[in-house]
Design a protein around this ligand. Structure first.
Ligand code: NI
Length: 181
């Protein structure tokens, strides 16, 4: 009897997504120094939690864990090779400019255009501690910059104009008042 099939569908804990203005989202996350089985499991849980929330990127602070861990899958399960685990990531190169719409699981239903680099090179470690480099453009470049921002306590609304940001704050306060946030 093989349990390979079972292993492939093994359930991992689904974490609740932390919403703005939880302070964990604005705090710089700590570097990961220990690479062990707990970290491998946490990464699996982050992918499951991201898919459950219909996201293409998730950073550990968004599940209340202030550590430099983020997962990305811009293909949303379509291409396994698109699954990225980035631990202690750093952007080593930025090229060009883009101005496209972004959303965030911690800011449901809010979408705005954000100024970003058109392409980036990121150096990071995987869940086993191995260093690697990844190049991204278009959507992947946006996802990389958005998720790495989370690890520094920065949300995409922090990159908007004061005016746009104030409108969003007002909208959130109204939703909070109505118990819809
Ligand atoms: Ni986000």
């Amino acid at each position: 009897m093989s349990d390979k099939g079972k292993a492939a569908v093994a359930a991992h804990k689904i974490h609740a997504i932390v919403k703005y203005p939880d302070p964990v989202l604005s705090r710089p996350a700590e570097k990961v120094t220990e690479f062990n089985a707990d970290l491998v499991e946490l990464v699996a849980e982050m992918f499951e939690s991201m898919y459950a929330a219909q996201g293409i990127g998730l950073a550990a602070p968004q599940i209340g864990i202030s550590k430099q861990i983020t997962v990305i899958d811009v293909s949303f399960k379509e291409r396994p090779e698109d699954k990225l685990v980035l631990i202690n990531p750093e952007i080593s190169e930025r090229k060009g400019k883009q101005f496209e719409e972004e959303g965030c699981l911690s800011l449901p239903d809010i979408r705005e255009k954000v100024h970003r680099a058109a392409a980036v090179t990121v150096r990071a470690q995987d869940e086993f501690g191995e260093f690697f480099e990844v190049d991204g453009d278009e959507l992947l470049a946006r996802a990389l910059q958005h998720e790495i921002d989370h690890l520094h306590g920065v949300l995409f609304i922090d990159r908007l104009s004061r005016l746009k940001r104030d409108l969003i704050y007002r909208r959130i306060r109204k939703l909070q008042k109505n118990g819809e946030w």
